[in-house]
Design a protein around this ligand. Structure first.
Ligand code: KIV
Length: 263
């Protein structure tokens, strides 16, 4: 069954939603085969696979290229493309054009946009033009320079109220779901209970309607330190290095290729 934004939205209160990031067709096919209903082509690809320090340098062309690969590898999951920094902030017109590219050129099913009430008008326009939108509030990595670091958001009652207002504005504007990143679990649960659309948490506690994790974090591929909210479901870094070392030493000793690998 092909997932759509409205089918995902209808899971609220029925089943918790799992979402994983992917950046290429190989990874997308694995996630799809596992029956995960939603794939996010996050601009986290800047750090996870492109070697940038932040998400800020990621361009539209890079995102379209990777989203198209993910779409080619996906049969059933909903493919959500993350709109990169400055692809939607300057104007509604620019946002419509760029979001349109994700659907037309990269065959995405939806787009994700960072920001609260300030994005309400933009979300309304995208949805009115047939583009499903996933909101994203709390820690929004595209605002890292303004936020001053990757920190938990909404810790004071004033910030928490602001995030609740933002969440309501995004729901009212027509988003089909909302990512809540790095907020206290209590606030994650309060926002989830107040909304009729599903919340997808990352570092926002178990009270959210779903969870999203970065593929390389989930599988322990990078071998680098990860935030507290990450759980490694495998430790592939060590296994990959071991496999590569095994290959190198067999090449050096001449045991690879063996007779069975030879024509
Ligand atoms: O870019 C990304 O991968 C994200 C998720 C972590 C929510 O925005």
């Amino acid at each position: 069954m092909k997932w759509t934004a409205s089918k995902l939205k209808a899971l609220k209160g029925e089943t918790k939603i799992s979402m994983v990031t992917a950046y290429d067709a190989l990874t997308a096919a694995l996630i799809d085969d596992a029956g995960i209903p939603a794939i996010l082509v996050g601009d986290s690809l800047g750090m996870t696979v492109l070697g940038y320090e932040t998400t800020l340098p990621v361009s539209m062309n890079e995102m379209v290229h990777h989203t198209a690969a993910v779409s080619r590898g996906t049969q059933n999951a909903l493919v959500i493309a993350d709109m990169p920094f400055m692809s939607y902030q300057p104007s509604v017109e620019m946002a419509l054009e760029n979001a349109g590219r994700f659907l037309k050129e990269a065959h995405a099913d939806a787009v994700k946009i960072e920001g609260g009430a300030i994005r309400a008008e933009l979300i309304e326009s995208l949805v009115a033009n047939g583009i499903p939108v996933l909101g994203h509030i709390g820690l929004t990595p595209q605002s890292i320079k303004e936020m001053g670091g990757y920190r938990v958001q909404g810790k004071t009652s004033e910030q928490a109220r602001q995030l609740m207002d933002d969440a309501m504005a995004i729901e009212q504007a027509g988003a089909f779901a909302l990512v809540l990143e790095c907020v206290p679990a209590e606030l994650g649960e309060m926002i989830s209970k107040a909304l009729t659309i599903p919340t997808i948490g990352i570092g926002a506690g178990g009270g959210c309607d779903g969870q999203v994790l970065v593929f390389t974090d989930l599988l322990g591929i990078s071998g680098k330190p990860v935030p507290k909210f990450v759980k490694h479901y495998a430790h592939l870094h060590g296994q990959i290095i071991e496999a590569l070392n095994g290959y190198k030493s067999e090449v050096e000793s001449g045991t690879f290729p063996a007779d069975e690998n030879t024509y």
